[in-house]
Ligand binder design. Sequence first.
Ligand code: ARG
Length: 620
Amino acid sequence: MTDPATTDSTIDPVALLSERFERAIRAAFPDLDGSAQAMVTASRQSEHGDFQSNAAMPLAKRVGAKPRDVAMRVIEHLDLAGIAEAPTEASIAGPGFINIRLLPDLLGELLGRLDSPELGIEPPATPRTIVVDLCGVNLAKQMHVGHLRATVIGDAIARVFERLGWNVVRQSHVGDWGLPIAMVVQKLVELEDAGIDLASVGLDELNTIYRAAQGECKAETRALETIRRFHTGPKAEIEAELRVETANEALERAKTRLVALQSGDERTVGVWQRIYDITMRACLETCAQLHANVTNEHSAGESTYRGELAPIVQDLIDRGIAEESDGALVVRVEGIKAPTLIRKSDGGFLYATTDIAGVKRRVQELGGDVLVYCVDARQGLHFRQVFGAAKEAGYTRKADGSEARLEHAAFGTVLGEDNKPLKTRSGENIKLTDLLDEAVQRAGVTVAEKNPGLGADERAKIAEAVGIAAIKYADLSGERAKDYVFSFDRMLAFEGNTGPYLMYAYVRTQSVLRKAAEAGIAIDENAAISVREAPEKALALTLLRYPGVVHAVGEHLEPHRLCAYLYDLATAYSSFYENCPVLKGDDDAVRASRLRLCDLTGRVLLDGLRTLGLPTLERM
Ligand code: ARG
């Protein structure tokens, strides 16, 4: 998805080597059909070399020769000048691995190139536009853990593309329109008529009213049928009839209210606006608490499409893309059995209709080359239907004739320790703010234990950053599409693949630099970086992977790749720090080189954490 030309292939040794290997494979086997895969990876055992190419084995199958002979032929055509020692027959190991040892000064040189403000990630010559669907809260409802994922992952993906130099447009598809909202509006109007001052209503009350309204409008027709079938008695039947009748009446009132809302009735719109404001104020506060860049300007609720739905549906009818089915209107998409329903038989539009309008706006007005929808995996069919229908309709085509790329960046469910979707003990959705507050409070306890001397303000600041980073990192670090088990203990640990561990790794790099400054030793940007010891080498190789990893996150829309990378980097730094004295050594050149490594590591960690949207600290 990212432009390969912008990956700075001169920094990552894997990219450098792959290029040379591919050239050699082509030269050695000129008749080869298809791609020449270099299959270069870092060596597991450094005594054999720094890298190895595993190309010979699959290649041998394709050309019908012995892997070792294939490896030999590749070597004969391999030019590694300026990168590595020339491989010989002795470089071939096992069934045909080709071991590579880099030139001693190469890593230092490459690190010098990485050491720029861009850290090896150059902006593309012509930036493209990505629209990221994230957050997507619903009116009159609290944010819950599902919105945690839509917000945290969506924001991380957006930040990665910002880092890569794309134009990024965030869109929060707020569920702010339709019958369920009209039910709440109707309830509020009734409350106001009964003399209740709506100014005192907060999101908690709205949430309760929402549930009450839903319950009230739900006709228990089934229950009535059962009662009739089993002749439970006239009293039960009459009561059930009454309930159904009351529910039907409530539903009718809500439907009338929806019409009033749609036609712009002043009082109705006023009440709706109040619900909108209350919900969004709370939502945006939570986003701020989450350090997620989701603000008012990113809100593009379903209501903003209300004037676009009828014309779009008409357009689809006129062009023969939509067809009637049992009084309703559908678009049939090749390869998907269930047709996309875009208008109900009662004339109402659907979730899908609005999303089709959304695709059109995002591609044709906002100029999206790529649309990413960071939404629960359970909406997979919905997005296949919407993407398919929008494509049929030509709404995915940009003004210049190019096709936008549409991706559902689906995420899994947050589970409790019982492996069921995370809920409160009484089975309700957990409010996201409660979860965040608890993380911060628990982080405060740990921070106080670790560092009892901290003042209250300092402790609160650290606890806030650690608690939020822990939650966000736990959400980002697993494979996006998978479910994960939510565990405060695990995510708040200062060891292992956690947010706090990475924050701490960054803090450690900074404390070395501070100590150096106190001792009057400045970082010399012109000092040669010499990479000699094994832990130094491992750190160097990890650092050089950074630009490629950020590009890969963009390519696959998988923030966990960056998490895993940062964890590798923190681990490599930790072993470097333990084994390679920085300030204690008495060789000035070694000290200058190692200080640069500390500084670079710190900057990459900081850049990586920020690119994921994680809070960072200078001290903790
Ligand atoms: N409001 C929806 C929900 O809570 C999420 C919106 C997702 N985005 C979209 N374009 N449909 O399920």
